[in-house]
Design a protein around this ligand. Sequence first.
Ligand SMILES: NC(=O)c1ccc[n+]([C@@H]2O[C@H](COP(=O)([O-])OP(=O)(O)OC[C@H]3O[C@@H](n4cnc5c(N)ncnc54)[C@H](O)[C@@H]3O)[C@@H](O)[C@H]2O)c1
Length: 284
Amino acid sequence: MRGGSVGRLDGKVAVITGGASGIGLETARRFVAEGARVVLGDLDPDRAAEAAGGIGDGTSIVAEAVDVREEADVARLVARAVEVFGGLHLAVNSAGLGTWSPIHQHPLEEWNHVVDVCLTGVFLSVKHEAAAMVAAGDGGVIINLASINAKVPSDGMVAYCSAKAGVEMLTRVAAMELGPHGVRVVALGPGFVDTPLTAFASLGGIRDAFVASVPMGRIGRPGDIADAALFLASDEASWISGETLYVDGAESTKGYPVIGDHLAALGDELAALAGEAPEGESAG
Ligand SMILES: NC(=O)c1ccc[n+]([C@@H]2O[C@H](COP(=O)([O-])OP(=O)(O)OC[C@H]3O[C@@H](n4cnc5c(N)ncnc54)[C@H](O)[C@@H]3O)[C@@H](O)[C@H]2O)c1
């Protein structure tokens, strides 16, 4: 209950990875507004604390530093939800990043970094979130951030596209295994959304190319995805599990614009933008 009105997530406790920015941040805001209590996890403790402080006080949201590549960090994030708010019912795994390199020049380190965060990080998150939910015996909902790039290829993004396709299958396997425990596992497949992750599109006409690729005629907003996360987390979605919901203004019906020529032409300008972003954010 919030101020006498009923919230759609009243009584629920959630963890959100990648909660300091973009889609994760907007989802945290929606969840708290609907009565959930949230542990907001992100890489940098100061950014995580600032994000949480902008949403609510310690009775509704707390911050935790987490690197989703580190199993001990993920275990601590989940334990914090149980310690501070008494349980875990919802999880949104939004931590992610992308890079751009043609496959024949792709550095192995870059591949490993993207796969570690976007796929292994989701595996570790689901593992520990599910363990807490199964132990409590009260069901739950886990929402993984995939992408339209789980099914729509993009030039220069082999690591990201492969990792996101992996998230979609991981979601299906987890839903199959966890259904008998009353835990739903779903994925969201956003199209191109305005966040720090996609700030590179402000350069060199890339944004216009994306707008042209969206039949609905606009780029997505973080709130478009947060609204879908809220629906999937709510009891209104109680028979939905194992699926990826694409939220993309029909972008995936047309395919991704070819961005390699735009990005290659940017050179130093793109490197400067990546240098300004917090760790883990670059073109993708
Ligand atoms: N923005 C888009 O167009 C778009 C489209 C499809 C899918 N997605 C996916 O949605 C999710 C959120 O993206 P966003 O656009 O909000 O990006 P964002 O850059 O705004 O937020 C991502 C957050 O993840 C955090 N993060 C990165 N590496 C981390 C790590 N190792 N451990 C913990 N946190 C880490 C970053 O610090 C950042 O706060 C990502 O998984 C992304 O791949 C985004």
